[in-house]
Design a protein around this ligand. Structure first.
Ligand code: PMP
Length: 458
């Protein structure tokens, strides 16, 4: 147990010596001591069900025994070579990772973060096509580096200085918040309560958003473009889903103009969506470049870009170098994570527990006026809080925060996302069980009931 003066001391150091741009969750931030699988433990011995997994990063479970043992073994043998010499780990890992990807996505670059992976992916589109312009969605998050900030399109992350030359945003095909879309449009066990005129096989919303996409291509960028980057489901923006079939048409339009398509799988990859291993598969497309990070290392800092031999050869005309990318420790971690996903049946678990949770949360949406939407796929879930059902007006921040703090006090950690942080994000380690899901839903229900009591007293 930590002394309270030590907690205060930690807070002071954080305020004095650590980046003031950091977001620190909760009025009284947690001081963590340990993690095990879906659980976190603080210094006072309190246990929390971790439904945010270090921002969708702990894929197979905190300190997963298999990953931990493999890492420890490698740490005692060799940490680093900068790949100027051979070490089996990088070969073995590249072969294993690409075995999860369809042809022709077989060439791997290993990086240390998602921003770095997307930087490289954007660079590849430009080097290969010799075009410059890149299209992205409003509301997308692709990194905080100066290059990727051009395609990260969420106001609070922008800094008001010139960035992202050649990056154009296009309308977000958001089935819940956007002008089009409704009860038939998205690939989720739970549809929005908005009615729409679409029917199975004919999605008017998709067609309207495709028109907007064409409009961007015709008005904002030259005839030929370098590429298009999108998350299969937007993460930071609050689990935003596009109408079924949209991405497929968008890919085609981009390719007609000579551009390459990048799928940012930093949050959606590694089985999280349940039905498929990669998010792009849920849209029935094959990208030219796939980027990954977060869940790839279960919390170990690593990322990757996978592309085709042909695209990779365009960068090989000159040297490209990354000191730490593909170090033996990272490669061993990455391989152990893939093993754990397979051996523990985590993709299937994402589908089963995720679908179960989505349907349970949807019951709360039907009961509580302030729960506007429940959406997602597998263990990538968003719960959007609104002032009243049928509107997209965000519930005031202090009210959302009360509910969120209440969940934490009852032992459940949840993420926040969206422009006004109005959407609760539920993306736990994929080892979570149905029992945990029941506990989480019960806690959330209690927090909502307390909110209703407070509102009635006003
Ligand atoms: N892409 C997506 C979809 C992300 O969610 C993030 C991080 N939130 C990134 C890229 C950037 O990753 P990193 O923080 O590792 O640079």
């Amino acid at each position: 147990k930590y002394q309270s003066y030590a907690y205060d001391h930690m807070l002071k150091i954080r305020e004095r010596n650590i980046s003031p741009s950091l977001v620190t969750y909760y009025k009284k931030p947690l001081l963590l001591h340990q993690g095990y699988m879906q659980w976190l433990f603080d210094y006072e011995g309190r246990r929390y069900l971790d439904l945010f997994a270090g921002i969708v990063t702990v894929s197979v479970g905190h300190c997963h025994p298999k990953v931990t043992v493999a890492t420890q073994k490698q740490l005692a043998r060799l940490w680093h070579t900068t790949n100027i010499y051979m070490h089996p780990s990088i070969q073995e890992y590249a072969e294993k990772l690409t075995s999860f990807l369809p042809d022709p996505l077989k060439v791997v670059y290993l990086t240390n973060s998602g921003s770095e992976a997307n930087d490289l992916a954007m660079f590849l589109t430009r080097i290969y096509t010799r075009n410059f312009d890149i299209i992205c969605f409003r509301g997308g998050y692709h990194g905080g580096s100066p290059y990727t900030l051009g395609v990260t399109s969420i106001g609070p992350y922008k800094h008001g200085i010139a960035n992202g030359f050649g990056c154009s945003t296009t309308m977000l095909p958001d089935v819940f918040r956007g002008p089009w879309g409704g009860s038939h449009c998205r690939d989720s066990p739970v549809q929005t309560i908005r009615k729409c005129s679409c029917s199975e096989g004919v999605c008017h919303a998709k067609d309207q958003y495709v028109e907007q996409f064409k409009d961007t291509l015709n008005t904002c960028v030259p005839k030929t473009i370098a590429g298009f980057i999108a998350e299969p489901i937007q993460g930071v923006n609050g689990t935003v889903q596009y109408p079924k079939g949209f991405l497929k048409e968008a890919y085609q339009l981009v390719r007609e103009r000579g551009g390459l398509c990048i799928s940012d799988e930093v949050q959606t990859g590694f089985g999280r969506t349940g039905s498929h291993f990669w998010g792009f598969q849920t849209h029935d497309v094959v990208p030219d470049i796939v980027t990954m990070a977060k869940g790839i290392g279960n919390g170990f800092p690593m990322g990757a870009v996978v592309t085709t031999k042909e695209i990779a050869s365009s960068l090989a005309q000159n040297l490209h170098f990354n000191t730490f990318g593909g170090n033996p420790v990272a490669c061993v971690v990455g391989a152990a994570v893939l093993d754990a996903i397979e051996e523990d049946g985590l993709q299937k678990n994402s589908e089963e527990v995720g679908t179960y949770m989505l349907l349970e949360f949807a019951k709360l949406r039907d009961k509580f006026e302030i729960v506007g939407d429940v959406r997602g796929k597998g263990l990538m879930i968003g719960i959007e809080m609104v002032t009243n059902k049928g509107s997209c007006h965000p519930l005031p921040d202090e009210e959302i925060s009360r509910i969120w703090e209440d969940c934490k006090d009852m032992g459940v950690l949840i993420g926040r996302g969206g422009l006004c942080r109005q959407t609760f994000r539920i993306k736990p380690p994929m080892c979570i069980t149905k029992r945990d899901a029941d506990f989480a839903v019960e806690v959330f229900r209690t927090a909502l009931e307390r909110h209703m009591e407070r509102a009635a007293e006003k």
